[in-house]
Design a protein around this ligand. Structure first.
Ligand SMILES: Cc1cc2nc3c(=O)[nH]c(=O)nc-3n(C[C@H](O)[C@H](O)[C@H](O)COP(=O)(O)OP(=O)(O)OC[C@H]3O[C@@H](n4cnc5c(N)ncnc54)[C@H](O)[C@@H]3O)c2cc1C
Length: 448
């Protein structure tokens, strides 16, 4: 037994690795049902300050962001709450048919989450002038452009603010931190800045993990381990533990921003993705995407539009997001993925739609950025081949489960957060009885 386990009053029932939506939801469900849960997160639990400097510590290349060989970026957050700490807070319900094909019904978990989460379109006073202008233009151009559900508490949110993507310091944006805090309120123990290196496997089943904290290597034991390190972190951990392949293909939902300037708006500080439209058959979604000035400037520079760098306050920006083919690989130390011919065709189609909307809005000097992505997943899919996926209970090996974007079974193209919260709530409920020594946990207790 290691020194940390000795200091704890009772042994852990479950170790959860990673605090994004999947891990936080699982940990919270288990803790609320009475299990003793240890949560290990490699990022920091420092309060969110909403500054560019802090965001850089969570998501710069080397921290959470990856540069592919085609010079595109894959962005994720290494911080308490995972990418949800810096995401755009847009919610989409899980695609029921995709999960039903694996015998998984997320409807009861979605209903329970809907009852407790802030989940609604923004009130008009929080829809910024750029999103409103884009909405008008999109509708005039014939698109069924509607407000999107946001995981934002309107009473704490403010207009003229750009901090969603830096990490909301006002408690307005829901993030997985909220569920971790609740798990800790119910007795879970959180260790941040603790990087798990591998799962301990004994007699073919998970027995704990090895992790590094403050320069020292530790082990901690528990009969159940849940990997929730995200679409990149979890396949790496499986491989490092001798339980998964060296290279795991994945999806990432690539995005291009299409931008154009108008003369009669002075803005640039508003909640992104207030409204949009999606074409599920085609695998294309569009939304407004007003980013903070430094991020806008970086995109303009990357697109070679030095002339547009100073035009942030007058530039309307649309997101074109596609459902990409699964491919590329998460390797032990690198991540790489290129667009397929089909991906390029989808992006071109979406860019054409965005250009029509910007033309309708009266925007000029329109340009499209290089693509980037922020939804790595599908790297340990439900129903995947042995050793390369999980079963419908999210089990990768005896005593070892995976619950994050890795397990999404097919190409995606949706905001994943709400689906991952549902999967975590379901896994937590399934594990709760066994985790606390087989004692029965009422369904009321696990579905709160
Ligand atoms: C800029 C941006 C905008 C986005 N906008 C939206 C949006 O509007 N709506 C939406 O639904 N989604 C959005 N997303 C995507 C969404 O946030 C992610 O898909 C989601 O957070 C993935 O959740 P996850 O459970 O897979 O874990 P992640 O959020 O990926 O978190 C995994 C956590 O595990 C930790 N970890 C990894 N490996 C280890 C290890 N070895 N040891 C310890 N800890 C480890 C990481 O530090 C991280 O905190 C956005 C993402 C970004 C980056």
């Amino acid at each position: 037994m290691d020194s940390f386990t000795e200091r704890c009053e009772r042994p852990f029932d479950v170790i959860v690795v990673g605090t994004g939506p999947g891990g936080a939801s699982t940990a919270r469900e288990l803790a609320r049902a009475g299990a003793h849960v240890l949560i290990l997160e490699q990022g920091s639990a420092a309060p969110l300050a909403g500054t560019l400097g802090q965001m850089a510590t969570m998501a710069l290349p080397g921290r959470g962001t990856w540069l592919h060989r085609d010079a595109s970026l894959l962005v994720s957050g290494t911080v308490l709450g995972g990418s949800s700490a810096l995401n755009f807070a847009t919610a989409a319900p899980p695609p029921a048919a995709m999960f039903a094909a694996h015998g998984i019904d997320l409807a009861p978990f979605l209903a329970a989450l809907r009852a407790e989460l802030p989940l609604a379109p923004l009130p008009d006073n929080l829809v910024g002038p750029m999103a409103a202008r884009i909405m008008l233009a999109a509708r005039a151009a014939g698109f069924n452009w509607q407000k999107l559900d946001k995981m934002i508490r309107p009473q704490a949110c403010r207009s003229g603010c750009w901090r969603c993507v830096y990490g909301c310091p006002f408690g307005a944006k829901w993030s997985a931190r909220d569920f971790v805090i609740d798990a800790c309120r119910h007795g879970a123990v959180l260790l941040d800045r603790s990087r798990v290196r591998r799962v301990l496997v004994e007699d073919g089943r998970a027995a704990g993990v090895e992790y590094r904290r403050a320069g020292a290597l530790h082990t901690v034991r528990a009969p159940t381990v849940v990997l929730a390190g995200g679409g990149i972190g979890s396949p790496r951990l499986l491989h490092a533990s001798g339980l998964g392949p060296r290279h795991a293909p994945f999806f990432s939902d690539p995005v291009v921003a299409v931008m154009g300037s108008v003369d009669d708006i002075d803005g640039g500080a508003e909640v992104p993705m207030a409204a949009g439209v999606s074409f599920p058959e085609e695998g294309i979604a569009l939304a407004d995407l007003t980013l903070p000035a430094p991020m806008y400037a970086a995109f303009a520079l990357q697109a070679g539009r030095v002339d547009r760098v100073g035009a942030h306050r007058r530039t309307l920006s649309l997101m074109v997001k596609i459902r990409d083919d699964i491919g590329g690989a998460v390797g032990p130390r690198w991540v790489d993925k290129r667009l397929t011919t089909g991906d390029r065709a989808r992006l071109e189609q979406g860019i054409g739609m965005a250009r029509r909307i910007l033309a309708q809005a009266g925007a000029r000097q329109v340009f499209a950025t290089h693509h980037f992505a922020a939804h790595p997943g599908g790297s340990i899919p439900i129903g995947g081949n042995a050793g390369e996926g999980v079963d419908s209970d999210l089990r990768a090996a005896p005593g070892l489960y995976v619950c994050d974007a890795s397990v999404i079974p097919q190409p995606w193209g949706l905001p994943p957060t709400l689906t991952l919260l549902c999967l975590g709530k379901r896994l937590g409920a399934m594990l709760a009885g066994a985790a606390i020594g087989g004692s029965s946990v009422s369904s009321e207790a696990v579905s709160r």
